[in-house]
Design a protein around this ligand. Structure first.
Ligand code: CA
Length: 713
C-alpha cells in the first residue's frame, strides 16, 4: 500500500510540469500557475529581513539587447530565454551553467520583430522545455541536456511573423501565437501535441479572403464586422503575441488579441465595423479550440490598443456574490473585471489618464468614445500612447491584499489618418497614419533635445496598486522612467519590481513603502520570480535593456551593462561588476548645410529607421546609434542601406523602399546630428558653439523643472 501511494505521488509529480499540485518551491508555469497570479506562497524573505537580501550569483547571457523572460525553476534547475530566442539552463542554487541552446535565428529575421529580438520565456512539460523563436519555430528540448525532441514551423516564413511570447501548456497541448500586426499579417493561435509537435487545432482571430471558405463559425461571425478589402489583403492583424490563462474547471483557454493591420481603422475597414476579434479577450474550449465567448475591449481599434496584456484569474466577491473573474489592464487604459465563465463585463474603470473614451457603458460593454477618438479629418494627441497604459510587463495579484499591481505607463501620442495608403510588403510597418512631418502633434518633429526633455517628463512609468472590487487605486509609485519591469508578489508581504533606471526594488504590498533596493547595472523590464531550494528562498530577475521603448525612446542617460540573470538570497553579498560599455564618438564628416536635404532625411529616418535606431537617435546603442558611425561606415552608407551588405548581422537592405536620393538625405541628416553631438561634447568643457543649441537646452531644462512630478520614493 505504501509503495503504491509512493508510486502515485511519483506519477503525479512526473505528470505535466506545473500542474496545480506542483510545489510552491518551484516556478514551473509562466505566470506561476494557470491563473497567472504571480503571487508566490514563499515567505522566508519578508518585511522583517528584506534588508539582508543580497546578490547570490549572476549569469552573463552575452547580449546587450532586451531581456523580457520569466525564468522557470524545476527541481534545482533554472531555465530561461534570452535574445534571439536562445535558451539557458543553470543550477538554480549555484548558477553553474548546465547547457544552452541557440536556435540560430538568421539575423535578418530581426527586422520582422517590431519591438526587439526578445523572448518572454519557455514552457515546461514532463522532461521537455518548449519555446518559440523569432523566426516562428516552436522547439521542444530535452530538459536534461538541451537536445532537440521536435521542432515545428508555426508560420508562413514569407510573411513578417515572429514569436516573442512564452508558450502555455494545457491538457497536453502546447499553445502558441505570434506577432507581426505592425507589418501586416493575419493573427492566429495554434495548439500542438506536446509529445510530438503535431498540430491539434488553430483559431484565426480575424477573417481572411472573403472568397475563400470560413475556417470556423467564429470567423463567419467576425466577417460581418469588417468592410472593404484592405484588411484581408494586408492580413488584418489581431496577433496573439503574449498573454493567455487557463481555467481547468471550466476547461477554458483565454487569450488576448492584438491590434489591426494597418492600425488606422479608416484605412483598414473604411466602412467602419468593430473588426472582431481585434483587441479582444477570447475564450475557447481548451481541447477543441472552439469559440466560447469574447469581450472586445476596443471595438474598431485605431490606436494599437491591444488586449494582449497579462490576464489574471481569481475568485472575487463582487456586489455580494463570489464571481470567477478574469482581470486585465490592456493598453487602452481601462482595468476590466469580466466573469470568466460567461464573458459578462463586471467592471471597467480607467487606471491611467485617458482621452479617447469617457467611460465604458456597463450595459452594452462598449467604450463611449470622445471627440479626441476621431483623427480622420485632423490628427489628435491621445492618451494612452501606442505603448499602452500597460504593455506586456506582467502584473501580480495578491490575494491577501486583494490588490492587482500594474506596471503602468502614462503617455500620449499623436494619431492621424494617412491619405493614399500603400501597403509595403516585407519587414516594413504599415500603420495607415500620416508620416511624422505632416503631423502637427508629432513629438518627433520637435528638436531632439526638447523632444527627449518633454518625453521624459510627460511620459511616466507608474507602479499602481489597484483594487479591482472598489475600482480604485490604493497606492502608486512614480518612476523616473517610462519603461520598467514586470511585478512579483509574495506571501512575505512584498512586491518586487525592477526599474528602467537599473534598480531592483521591494515595496510593502499594503502601502507601497519602499523597503529595499539594489543597483542592477542594466535597466530591468522583465518580471522577477522566486523559488526555494534546501529551505532557502531565492529571487531571480533578468536585467537587460531594450524592448519597444528601450529601442525607440531615449528614456534615461545611464550607460547600461550587458544582459544578465541576477539571483538574490538572504545573507548573500556578491558584487555586481559594472559592465557598462563606453562608446567612442568618431569625428563626423563636415556638415552639409543643405537644410532641405537634412529636413527630408529626418522625415525619412523617422519613417524607416527609428523603430530600431531610436526616435531622434540617442537610445544607448542597443541597435547602433547612427551618430556614432565611423569613417568606414560613412563611406559604405549606401552599400549598407541599399545593398544590404550587413544583412548577416541584421541590417537588411531598404532598396525596396528607398533610393539613392533618399539615402543621401538620410545620411546628411545623420551627419548633421553627429556634428550636434560632437559639438556638445565640447560644450561639456564650457563652450557653447551653437546659440540654437543653447536655447533648446534652456527650454529643455525649464520643461524639466516645470514638469518634475512628485516622487513617491
Ligand atoms: Ca502593436
Amino acid at each position: 500500500m505504501k509503495n503504491q501511494l509512493l508510486l502515485l505521488i511519483l506519477l503525479a509529480s512526473a505528470s505535466p510540469a506545473g500542474g496545480e499540485n506542483s510545489t510552491q518551491q518551484n516556478w514551473e508555469i509562466h505566470g506561476l500557475n494557470h491563473a497567472e497570479t504571480r503571487h508566490s506562497q514563499l515567505a522566508n524573505i519578508n518585511r522583517q529581513n528584506i534588508n539582508k537580501l543580497g546578490l547570490a550569483w549572476y549569469f552573463e547571457t552575452g547580449s546587450k539587447r532586451g531581456l523580457e523572460a520569466t525564468p522557470l525553476v524545476i527541481d534545482g534547475v533554472i531555465y530561461f530565454s534570452g535574445t534571439w530566442s536562445k535558451v539557458f539552463a543553470n543550477n538554480a542554487k549555484t548558477g553553474e551553467p548546465l547547457w544552452e541552446f541557440d536556435p540560430k535565428v538568421p539575423r535578418f529575421k530581426g527586422a520582422n520583430a517590431c519591438c526587439d529580438v526578445v523572448n518572454r520565456g519557455v514552457a515546461a512539460w514532463g522532461d521537455s522545455i518548449i519555446f518559440g523563436t523569432i523566426d516562428g519555430r516552436l522547439i521542444s528540448l530535452n530538459r536534461s541536456d538541451g537536445s532537440v525532441n521536435w521542432e515545428v514551423l508555426t508560420i508562413d516564413p514569407n510573411k513578417p511573423y515572429t514569436i516573442t511570447g512564452a508558450p502555455r501548456i494545457v491538457n497536453e497541448k502546447v499553445i502558441i501565437g505570434n506577432g507581426g500586426a505592425e507589418y501586416g499579417v493575419r493573427g492566429y493561435i495554434t495548439a500542438y501535441d506536446v509529445k510530438d509537435g503535431s498540430q491539434s487545432w488553430r483559431f484565426y482571430t480575424v477573417p481572411g479572403n472573403p472568397d475563400t471558405p470560413y475556417e470556423s463559425e467564429a470567423m463567419q461571425m467576425a466577417s460581418k464586422t469588417w468592410s472593404g478589402d484592405v484588411y484581408w489583403k494586408t492580413g488584418g492583424g489581431g496577433t496573439v503575441w503574449d498573454s493567455m490563462a487557463f481555467d481547468p474547471d471550466l476547461n477554458l483557454l483565454y487569450f488576448g488579441v492584438g491590434n489591426g493591420s494597418p492600425w488606422n481603422r479608416h484605412v483598414r475597414s473604411p466602412g467602419g465595423g468593430d473588426n472582431l476579434f481585434l483587441s479582444s479577450i477570447v475564450a475557447v474550449n481548451a481541447d477543441s479550440g472552439k469559440y466560447v465567448w469574447h469581450y472586445q475591449t476596443t471595438p474598431g481599434d485605431t490606436w494599437d490598443y491591444t488586449a494582449t496584456q497579462h490576464m489574471i484569474l481569481a475568485d472575487l466577491v463582487f456586489r455580494n456574490k463570489t464571481r470567477k473573474v478574469l482581470m486585465q489592464a490592456p493598453k487602452n487604459g481601462f482595468f476590466y473585471v469580466i466573469d470568466r465563465a460567461t464573458g459578462e463585463l463586471l467592471s471597467a474603470k480607467n487606471y491611467v489618464p485617458i482621452t479617447w473614451a469617457s467611460r465604458v457603458d456597463l450595459e452594452t460593454g462598449r467604450p463611449v468614445e470622445t471627440e479626441n477618438a476621431d483623427h480622420f479629418e485632423e490628427s489628435q494627441l491621445t492618451a494612452p500612447a501606442a505603448f499602452g497604459g500597460h504593455n506586456w510587463h506582467p502584473m501580480a495579484f495578491n490575494p491577501i491584499e486583494q490588490l492587482v499591481y500594474i506596471p503602468a505607463i502614462e503617455a500620449m501620442q499623436a494619431y492621424s489618418t494617412g491619405t493614399n495608403y500603400q501597403h509595403l510588403e516585407g519587414p516594413h510597418w504599415n500603420l495607415g497614419q500620416d508620416s511624422s512631418e505632416n503631423n502637427p502633434f508629432s513629438l518627433t518633429s520637435l528638436p531632439s533635445d526638447l523632444f527627449s526633455a518633454v518625453y521624459k517628463k510627460l511620459m511616466r512609468g507608474q507602479l499602481i496598486a489597484w483594487d479591482p472590487v472598489l475600482e480604485e487605486e490604493k497606492w502608486r509609485v512614480s518612476h523616473k522612467t517610462m519603461w520598467n519591469g514586470g511585478v512579483l508578489s509574495t506571501q512575505g508581504g512584498l512586491i518586487f519590481q525592477g526599474t528602467g533606471d537599473a534598480r531592483l526594488v521591494a515595496y510593502r504590498s499594503d502601502t507601497g513603502q519602499k523597503l529595499w533596493e539594489t543597483k542592477t547595472d542594466s535597466g530591468i523590464i522583465a518580471p522577477p520570480i522566486t523559488y526555494q531550494i534546501d529551505g532557502e528562498q531565492y529571487l531571480a530577475v533578468m536585467a537587460g535593456w531594450g524592448g519597444a521603448i528601450g529601442l525607440m525612446i531615449s528614456d534615461n542617460e545611464e550607460s547600461f551593462g550587458t544582459g544578465r540573470l541576477l539571483v538574490y538570497k538572504l545573507g548573500a553579498s556578491k558584487e555586481l561588476p559594472d559592465s557598462s560599455l563606453a562608446y567612442y564618438l568618431p569625428e563626423p564628416p563636415n556638415r552639409t548645410n543643405d537644410s532641405n536635404s537634412i529636413e527630408r532625411g529626418a522625415a525619412l529616418y523617422e519613417t524607416h529607421c527609428q523603430r530600431c535606431h531610436g526616435i531622434g537617435l540617442g537610445t544607448q546603442n542597443i541597435v547602433k546609434d547612427l551618430r556614432y558611425m565611423n569613417k568606414e561606415t560613412h563611406s559604405l552608407f549606401d552599400e549598407i542601406v541599399l545593398d544590404g551588405i550587413l544583412k548577416s548581422i541584421g541590417m537588411i537592405s531598404f532598396s525596396d523602399v528607398l533610393e539613392k536620393k533618399d539615402t543621401q538625405d538620410i545620411h546628411n541628416y545623420l551627419i548633421e546630428r553627429s556634428n550636434d553631438l560632437w559639438e556638445r561634447q565640447d560644450d561639456r568643457v564650457g563652450w557653447i558653439k551653437s546659440s540654437e543649441q543653447f536655447i533648446y537646452e534652456l527650454i529643455a531644462s525649464l520643461a524639466t523643472w516645470l514638469l518634475e512630478p512628485d516622487q513617491n520614493e
